[in-house]
Write a protein that binds this ligand. Sequence first.
Ligand code: SF4
Length: 364
Amino acid sequence: MKSLYIHIPFCKSKCYYCDFNSYCGKDDLIEKYIEALKSELKEINCNFKTVYFGGGTPSNIPSKYIIDLMNEIQCDGEITLELNPGTITKEKLQDYKEAGINRLSIGLQAVQDDLLRRIGRIHTLRQFEEAYNMARSVGFNNISVDLMFGLPGQTVNDVKESLNYLIKINPEHISCYSLIVHDELVEKHPDAFSNLPNDEDERKMYYLICDELKSAGYVQYEISNFAKPSFESKHNLCYWNQDEYYGVGAGASSYINNVRYKNIDSVEQYVAAVINSQNDYQVVEETQNPESKLKEYMILRLRLLDGVSVSDAYDRFKVNVLEVFQREIDKLVNLDLIEVEKDEHIKLTKKGLDLANIVWEEFI
Ligand code: SF4
């Protein structure tokens, strides 16, 4: 079975650090966009393993559209919707629940309102708290919360405060991403990116996150993701396991039959092309051969703390990765970036978690 990603590119306003395919001020396109998504979904017409509504801000559009889309989808597994606390009401949450959404991913990023303002988030901690409590009261029992570190003006102590708060409210899943500074965004919002933490503090923040969440009963299962046992994101695991998925909507990617496709980013062009039944809204980004597929598998699986299973790789590719990549593995083991456990699991070491880019480069 395949997974499904649905991209909702509409946001209330643009966060200063955001380079996702998302737009504000295009709400007049929402209705046509949903029609286009429904047409794309009709073409696919299958039973999905997991579904993920991402964005953009899925919670920014009226919930009737989410219900409409859910009516087009068959899935008995995990169905996640991303929400921004500045866009949510109890009625919307009830609609999501009734429509079959069973997991929420809420963007908090930090508990300090001044930090949230500084990066252009539209909500306060209080609004997050209201959204979170409403979600619980409506019956959502699988909630993920996003945190960011390395933010401008953020201290290690600020991260500690955010962690303390999250551990207290006890979501099932926490994602922690380091701010990526894009040059063109710094040019646009120079003030928002001044006073960034130095590398040493940024690493301290990451170690603190790993240690504190582990002590609180979360399992780190991927470089940036932590979950209570059995609450790992099934949808994201599908990407890291190199499983097949469809992506619908502007800018969405799909991976089917060893081919990676991408839809065009422009909402207007996507809507026009789908509604006029033109198929030029999708381009082939990569057609994999067995060698490129195996290399990608290594890179994706090494993001997971479980790492590459030699036997799983053999089942999929009919090769022994310890032999195929003997030179790369020896080099990385000598650098203390990966370890091989019992000839079965190839995993990042603690140092490798920090320098994962160097590890991936060996498999490109
Ligand atoms: S809410 Fe998310 S998608 Fe929208 S602008 Fe902010 S970071 Fe980007």
